[in-house]
Design a binder for this molecule. Structure first.
Ligand code: PLP
Length: 415
């Protein structure tokens, strides 16, 4: 063994404690005043620096930007996007993951991380009636992977989805060289099942929680439609299966051939974390596996090198159990309902529809969406368009949102 000293950038450094301290500091007031605006790059040289400043200075320089100029997803008024805050246990596991840099492509470079993924997949698959699957970096990739399996396992030639399906479905069809048919939606934002037509050579994509309104397509179509393959894009609403109170909203999902779920949405995971699950795992895996002479095990799915996102989800599941997820998701569903109740009873607002999966969509009778949003704290709500009409969109993904104070804000601007 040589006595070659290790490059200290790669060994444990006590400054990591400083990084954790920085996390606990509030950057919202003082530091923001001291740092330039988000578009102001004056702190950085125009070209790539020739010499480094060292880790400590780099960390201290960047902390006000990274920590101080991020959208506060856990703030009491954040109810805008499908991007939840993350529990602290995932901050810790993400640091472990960065330190270890396991690559799930190779069994040799991720012995426990691969096992962790398998455990999580085995735990979650039964909630969806699926046999198994794998993690991927988001539901865009999960949807593409599922359609790839459908194409190569069942020879589908077209993809059929509603007008409200996520753009990733049309993108996947394009990438895979499949034709794409967009089906009109009913007034409640769900696919018009009378317009489906012949699906014998098609992959029908149903959405459980559309991006704009949270609508859930009638998933009983999964067993009733004579489709060559049925994929459910449950990127948003999939986690409702963990709630006894709300699991029924996705009844019928177990008849699908594949399901996509974004763990970085309602499973409160750091990006990039999603799952693609299959009813007939072996058949799907054969369709989406590619071997190579440098691989011990075939590469399953789209990504090559893949990080250990499953470790963070495993830790969160151990910490919370099914009940911990259900309690937080139920609380979010309740917030969406409280907001809808308020809007419904208020003479100045119009509710689009009752929320089904935590999204409350509404408009003001006289103010435009822009006017309304500028009067409210940034990040309280987002926007969407339905039938060419603008609406305010609220997504209840933040367990720390304070619905009473959000309703107060609405009351104040609409007297
Ligand atoms: C219904 C639906 N499907 C797929 C996606 C794409 O997921 P990701 O952003 O994880 O790639 C989204 C994203 O919002 C979505 O809402």
């Amino acid at each position: 063994m040589s006595n070659k000293p290790k490059d200290t950038s790669f060994v444990f450094n006590a400054s990591l404690y400083r990084a954790v301290d920085l996390l606990s500091e509030s950057f919202t007031e003082m530091h923001l005043q001291q740092t330039p605006g988000i578009n102001n790059k004056t702190n950085f040289s125009a070209t790539l620096p020739k010499q480094g400043v060292g880790e400590n200075v780099a960390l201290n320089t960047l902390a006000p930007f990274i920590l101080g100029q991020a959208a506060p997803l856990d703030s009491a008024h954040a109810l805008a996007h499908m991007d939840p805050p993350t529990p602290w246990i995932t901050w810790a596991t993400s640091m472990f993951n960065a330190r270890l840099n396991q690559n799930l492509l190779h069994p040799a470079t991720a012995p426990f991380a691969r096992q962790a993924e398998q455990i999580v997949i085995d735990w979650l698959s039964p909630y969806f009636g699926m046999q198994g699957g794998h993690f991927c970096a988001g539901s865009t990739i999960a949807n593409l992977t599922a359609l790839w399996a459908a194409r190569d396992a069942k020879g589908i030639t077209k993809v059929v989805a509603s007008e409200a399906a996520h753009i990733s479905v049309a993108k996947a069809a394009k990438i895979l060289g499949l034709s794409y048919q967009s089906i009109a939606v009913c007034a409640n934002g769900t696919i018009n099942k009378d317009a489906l037509g012949d699906l014998s050579s098609a992959c029908l994509v149903l959405t459980a929680g559309t991006t704009a309104t949270g609508a859930v397509d009638d998933l009983s179509i999964a067993s009733a439609a004579n489709a060559a393959w049925v994929h459910v894009d449950a990127a948003w609403a999939g986690p409702l299966r963990l709630s006894h109170e709300h699991a029924h909203l996705l009844a019928g999902i177990e008849a699908a051939d594949s399901v996509a779920i974004s763990a970085h949405k309602w499973l409160f995971q750091p990006k990039e974390s999603a799952l693609v699950l299959f009813k007939h795992l072996e058949i799907a895996n054969v369709a989406i596996s590619v071997g190579s002479d440098y691989l011990v095990a075939p590469n399953i799915g789209l990504q090559g090198s893949r990080g250990a996102a499953a470790v963070s989800l495993l830790a969160t599941i151990l910490a919370w159990g099914e009940e911990g997820f259900a309690q937080r998701i139920n609380a979010n569903m309740d917030m969406a309902n409280q907001l809808a109740n308020f809007v419904e009873l208020h003479s100045q607002f119009i509710l689009w529809q009752r929320p089904t999966t935590g999204l409350t969509i509404f408009a003001h009778k006289t103010m435009s969406v822009d006017e309304l949003l500028t009067l409210l704290p940034t990040g309280m709500f987002s926007r969407c368009q339905i039938d060419n009409k603008d609406y305010v969109r609220s997504v209840a993904a933040n367990p720390n949102a304070d619905i009473a104070s959000i309703l107060d804000s609405l009351r104040r601007i609409s007297i």
